[in-house]
Each structure stands twice: as structure tokens, then as C-alpha cells.
Write a protein that binds this ligand. Structure first.
Ligand SMILES: O=C(O)CCC(=O)C(=O)O
Length: 428
């Protein structure tokens, strides 16, 4: 556990011991600064960041705080009003293109995504064969289901229970963990960059998980009481799984086993918990816009048994992923950074989430990212004199890469495609 103390968490500040309502009353406009331990945005004025703030800004997850989203309505609260047949769904949520594309669906669709078995990767007798399966899944689908991953059932059960319970808290309690204007971390929304853009039918709650010292414990809910412990355990276990996968991916790419791990040193990790309320016009709204993940590797847990994830299948059609199997398999996907590091061998695939008219849906994506000083670019072992291939992507520093990602709305593969180098095939 992080820190190796009897409690896995940093010692609580006085803020942590207060009830959220008390903090609300005290904060006013200055709340946001004070929760960060300083007065950055106190009443609209910029003040000197505290030492604590400065340290956090240097942390590998600083990007999560560097680009905020415009404030928009809480969708869970909106849904409670709008699902009354006398009420209209606000125009900003109505998407003309929501149902434009054909979707391959059906209860057996989960089977269509390749399955990778972590216990077979680790078994010397089956490791080579399973590594080839892993590689093929990453190259063709960019997605796979991971089974026998070794994360214990109780860790998954507790994370599921506490995430679902958090979203069931009264709005005012959840608001105590609201995002700050300058960052993605906290309860709110992401990627809202203009007052005109269409909005997703979902709320999210983002937390930085690793490295442990980057955690902003003031944003970790005190309710449900087991939340912090559950998410801490879940973080350690998923980081272990990601580490393992990165090693086997390096093997499949034909680079040194530590090549990816060096770039993912200390395993920066964040969790995005998504709450999709039911919508009586479910076919006209989108839960989460089509996008690719910036991160290296994402482990998605479908928190309740309501399906909603759709991915671009290799044939180009949307494929609906079925309800999660009972065994707590993860849906794993390759992010933009891994596509770039693999010089395009692996694919970061577009995906989206749809909503239901009758039931809420909850999911949790854990993103694994490289360290702050990593270069996001093709691995030197794969390009130029090292690997003989031409670099297919522009290289840039990780923080610049993330700023670029967070400063645009979610829009399919746009972010990633903007970094592709057009290789000339003509000789003249
Ligand atoms: O809710 C889902 O199934 C997808 C979530 C997702 O893509 C994300 O959080 O980035």
C-alpha cells in the first residue's frame, strides 16, 4: 500500500476531517483555492501558490490539473427533471448524429473482442502463444478483454460498490468534491471547451491515483467510508496488471522488456468514474463522445451490469460491448501514447458510450501514463537506425502532449491523427 504506513493515505489535513457541508459554507468563491491548500483563484485574483501546490504542479500528473473544462450542468440532476415527459431535453444534449452509424450489437458481441488470459502470459508453457494473441489484439482491435488477471474478487466488488455508492450521494455532498476550474480532477465534466459545443449525457469523477504523493486527498470522498481504501487497493492491483501487460507488449513489439516500463516509470495512474443517467430520449443523446484515450493503457471496469460501451471494430462499424461477465474481466485498450510509441504497430481505437432510457450506467476507466519527462514519440528501437522504420508520428514532451489533448473537445481520432507524419510514397 502507498506509503507503507498502517493507513494507506497521507495524514489527513484539517480539511479532510470536516464535513463537506462545512467546507461548502466556508469556501464561497475562495473554496477552490483553499482546497488546494492555497489561494490560487481567490475571488478571481491570482495569488502565490503554496509549497504544496508547487510540489503538485511538478508531479507527473500535473497535466490533470493544467487544463480545465467550462462549467456545465450536472447531468444526473438534469436527468431527474428532464425525464419527466412534460420536460424537454436541452438542445445542447441532442445529437443529430447520435444514431447515424450502424451498430453491430447483440448479447454475444463481447465474444467478438479478443480475449487475453494473463495467467497464460505468465506461464512459461503458454507465454509465447498468449503474447502473440496479445500482440494481435493490440494491432487489429486496440481492445481486448483481460481474464484471469489476478485482481481479487473482493477488490473488484468493493471498488464497484463504493463507486456506485458515491454517485448515489446527494448532489450537495458530491459537489464538495467538484472540479476546480483549472483542472480535470474532481467531480464534473471534461473536454468542454466552448459554450456552443454539444454535451455528453454523463457526469464524471476523476482522481489522480499514482504516484501516491500526487493524490489530492481533499478530493477523495469521505463517503462512503470505505471508498478511499477500496480505490487505493484497486489502484495498486490495476497498476500491477498494467505493469505486466506493458512488459509483454514490449516483448511483442520486439524491444527490450523494460523499454516501455522505463517510460512508464512510477506508473502514473488516474481513474475516471463515469455516471450515465437514464435518458428517455436515449437515442438522441450520447453518453460519452467518440474518442481515443490519450493514456498508454486503459483498464475499464463496467461497474454495474448495464452495457453501453461501443468500439470501432476493425471493419469500421461500431460494435456494442456486452454486459460485463461475472468474473470481473477488464476491457483493456491501447491509448494514443502506446500507438505512437509502437510507431503505429498498435492501434488506439475510437470508442464511445451510449445511454439507456430505463437504467443508469456506471463505469470506471483507469488510465496508465508515462512519466512526466517521457518523450511521447516512436521508441528509438523501432525507428531510424535502431529499427529501420520511418517515424510515423511527431515526438513531443509528455506534458505538451497532454495539454494538447485536454484543450480540445473529444473528437474521434482527431488528436492522434494530427500527430501523424505524412510519409511520402512517391520517389519523385
Ligand atoms: O463508459 C465506458 O464504457 C467508456 C468510458 C471511457 O471511454 C472513458 O472513460 O474514457
Amino acid at each position: 500500500m502507498a506509503g507503507g504506513h498502517s493507513s494507506p493515505f497521507p495524514p489527513p489535513s484539517s480539511t479532510h476531517r470536516r464535513r463537506p457541508q462545512e467546507r461548502d459554507e466556508e469556501r464561497g468563491e475562495g473554496e477552490r483555492g483553499s482546497r488546494r491548500g492555497g489561494g490560487r483563484h481567490l475571488h478571481g485574483y491570482t495569488t502565490t501558490p503554496t509549497e504544496e501546490e508547487q510540489e503538485r504542479e511538478k508531479s507527473p500528473m500535473a497535466h490533470a490539473r493544467s487544463t480545465g473544462s467550462l462549467p456545465v450542468a450536472n447531468v444526473q440532476a438534469l436527468a431527474e427533471t428532464c425525464n419527466d415527459p412534460d420536460q424537454q431535453i436541452p438542445e445542447r444534449y441532442i445529437r443529430a448524429d447520435a444514431n447515424a452509424d450502424e451498430v453491430i450489437s447483440g448479447d454475444d458481441c463481447t465474444a467478438a473482442i479478443p480475449t487475453v488470459d494473463l495467467s497464460k502470459l505468465l506461464d512459461p508453457l503458454s507465454s509465447d502463444e498468449e503474447t502473440a494473441k496479445l500482440g494481435s489484439a493490440c494491432q487489429q482491435w486496440g481492445f481486448f478483454q483481460l481474464i484471469n488477471h489476478g485482481v481479487s474478487e473482493d477488490v473488484i466488488r468493493d471498488a464497484r460498490k463504493d463507486i456506485a455508492e458515491f454517485f448515489r450521494l446527494p448532489l450537495e455532498t458530491k459537489k464538495a468534491y467538484s472540479q476546480l476550474p483549472s483542472g480535470i480532477e474532481g467531480y464534473g465534466q471534461a473536454f468542454v471547451v466552448s459554450h456552443e459545443q454539444k454535451l455528453d449525457w454523463a457526469d464524471m469523477f476523476y482522481l489522480v491515483l499514482r504516484p501516491g504523493e500526487s493524490r489530492n486527498m481533499a478530493l477523495w470522498p469521505a463517503h462512503p467510508p470505505s471508498f478511499r481504501n477500496s480505490i487505493d487497493r484497486y489502484s495498486s492491483e490495476t497498476a500491477r496488471v498494467a505493469r505486466c501487460l506493458l512488459e509483454f507488449m514490449a516483448k511483442d513489439m520486439g524491444v527490450r522488456p523494460g523499454s516501455l516500463l522505463e517510460r512508464f516509470q512510477d506508473q502514473p495512474q488516474g481513474i475516471r468514474m463515469n455516471y450515465y443517467p437514464p435518458c428517455r430520449e436515449a437515442g438522441k443523446v450520447v453518453g460519452l463522445s467518440p474518442h481515443t484515450d490519450a493514456a498508454g493503457l486503459t483498464l475499464l471496469l463496467q461497474v454495474n451490469d448495464v452495457p453501453g460501451l461501443q468500439i470501432r471494430s476493425p471493419g469500421g462499424r461500431w460494435l456494442a460491448v456486452g454486459a460485463p461477465p461475472d468474473d470481473g474481466a477488464f476491457v483493456v485498450n491501447v491509448g494514443d501514447i502506446l500507438e505512437i510509441m509502437s510507431n503505429g504497430k498498435y492501434r488506439s481505437v475510437e470508442h464511445r458510450a451510449v445511454v439507456r432510457p430505463d437504467r443508469e450506467r456506471v463505469s470506471a476507466a483507469v488510465f496508465h501514463r508515462p512519466c512526466q519527462d517521457a518523450v511521447v514519440g516512436p521508441l528509438p528501437e523501432l525507428v531510424g537506425e535502431g529499427g529501420g522504420d520511418n517515424a510515423r508520428y511527431t515526438s513531443m514532451g509528455y506534458l505538451d502532449f497532454m495539454k494538447r489533448y485536454y484543450s480540445a473537445k473529444l473528437d474521434g481520432r482527431n488528436h492522434l491523427d494530427g500527430l501523424r507524419i505524412k510519409l511520402s510514397s512517391s520517389k519523385g
